[in-house]
Design a protein around this ligand. Structure first.
Ligand code: UD1
Length: 376
């Protein structure tokens, strides 16, 4: 019997680190399905897309939807329309669709598939920040509501889904595939050339960067801590345009202790994270990666959908309280900060469990012959 095709949808930077280990595990365990890689084109710049395909060894996408940027409605609609057209004409037919994370491409592709009754598998299901002002929270809630198999990465995820009434039979705790990617690339991560202790900064949430006052406060904070340590800041395109628009860029450029870069590739960023004294971020994935690496992480948000990084990892939510954040940076530089504890399923072996669950799911739906044997 020919292996059924499963579309692996990836559209924005954080998706690429999630599909890469799963694609590798599909080959390693000779999975009973064939992955078709669909790039939605939500991220299209070389620095947000191509470099990840290259460094993570992901083959060329089979399909490119070229959705590009736009408002949330425009971007979601472009992916929805283009992905539906692809699903309707795909030959051989797509048996199931796997979407990852919480970006606009995730919900758009899930919705296109669900409406034409192609089963949806959500990788990194169950995360909840309980903050609906975040576009990602809307994407998480809606994607989980229409997914048939929910693959959970974070210990709180199963409980969140149960509270929402998702049947137990759809929920599987597989752990965190982002940590698989981290584990397999750590030895390739370049040594940082910065010899003094430094803070690595990543910022791109609309709530932090889209308003002049909020971005100006963060710039003040970075200028302040640059008196005590170097500040390494790869600037996301959204943040770059806002810094320019609000006339804030020159305040950062003026200081020799602040090092601005364009967005970095995966291995460059990983090396900088591993060797940092502290990471200041508003990213989701970086809260997880710093926890695994046991690097202090101060998250400039009021909530997190990844609470295990607070209870077991090295993450502290500082929100917009820059006085506390300043105090914490001082303590961290003195060596006063907690170490992380292991988080269940964040062990570098999650992708094997994902492949096993997808294979089991397809078998249950009579789409494949007997289940693949994997390591777990
Ligand atoms: C998106 C995701 C966010 C994720 C982030 C990682 C949603 C709702 N948001 O946010 O969850 O954490 O990606 O980066 O899906 N741009 C480029 N090149 C590109 C893509 C975008 O220069 O390849 C610029 C454009 O000016 C665009 C802006 O960046 O308007 C924002 O891009 P967009 O995809 O809308 O959102 P992100 O902020 O990247």
């Amino acid at each position: 019997m020919k292996k059924p095709a499963v579309a692996f949808v990836a559209g924005a930077r954080p998706n690429f680190m999630k599909i890469s280990p799963v694609l590798r595990a599909v080959e390693e365990f000779d999975a009973p399905f064939h992955p078709v890689i669909v790039h939605t084109g939500q991220h299209y710049s070389a620095e947000l897309s191509d470099v990840f395909f290259r460094q993570l060894g992901i083959r060329e996408p089979d399909v490119h939807l070229e959705a590009g940027s736009g408002t949330h409605g425009q971007q979601t609609a472009k992916v929805l329309e283009a992905f539906e057209a692809f699903l309707l004409r795909a030959s051989p037919a797509i048996a199931a669709v796997m979407v990852a994370g919480d970006v606009n491409s995730t919900i758009a592709a899930a919705m296109a598939a669900a409406k034409i009754q192609i089963p949806v598998i959500h990788l990194e299901a169950g995360l909840r920040s309980f903050d609906r002002s975040m576009p990602e929270e809307i994407n998480r809630l809606t994607t989980d509501a229409i997914s048939d198999l929910l693959l959970v990465s974070e210990p709180a995820g199963e409980e969140n889904l149960r509270h929402e009434g998702v049947p137990e039979t759809r929920i599987r705790y597989v752990g965190n595939v982002m940590i698989d990617t981290l584990v397999s690339h750590l030895s390739m991560a370049a040594l940082s050339r910065i010899t003094r202790p430094y803070a690595l900064v990543t910022l791109h949430r609309p709530s932090n960067v889209d308003g002049r006052d909020s971005l100006a406060e963060i710039v003040d904070f970075l200028v302040d801590i640059a008196a005590d340590l170097e500040v390494v800041f790869p600037v996301h395109p959204r943040t770059q345009s806002r810094l320019e628009e609000f006339g804030l860029l020159s305040r950062l450029q003026r200081l020799t202790a602040i090092h601005l870069f364009p967005p970095l590739g995966y291995v460059e960023n990983l090396g900088l994270m591993r060797d940092a004294a502290v990471v200041l971020t508003d990213s989701g994935g970086i809260q997880e990666e710093t926890s695994y690496l046991s690097i202090p992480c101060l998250t400039m948000r009021d909530n997190t959908e990844r609470p295990a990084t607070l209870s077991l990892g090295t993450n502290t939510l500082v929100g917009r309280d820059f006085i506390s954040a300043r105090r914490l940076v001082t303590e961290i530089l003195k060596g006063n900060y907690r170490q992380s504890k292991p988080i269940p399923g964040w062990d570098g072996k999650a992708a094997a469990r994902v492949v096993r669950e997808i294979a089991g799911f397809l078998e249950m739906r009579n789409l494949v012959s007997p289940v693949v044997q994997t390591a777990h």
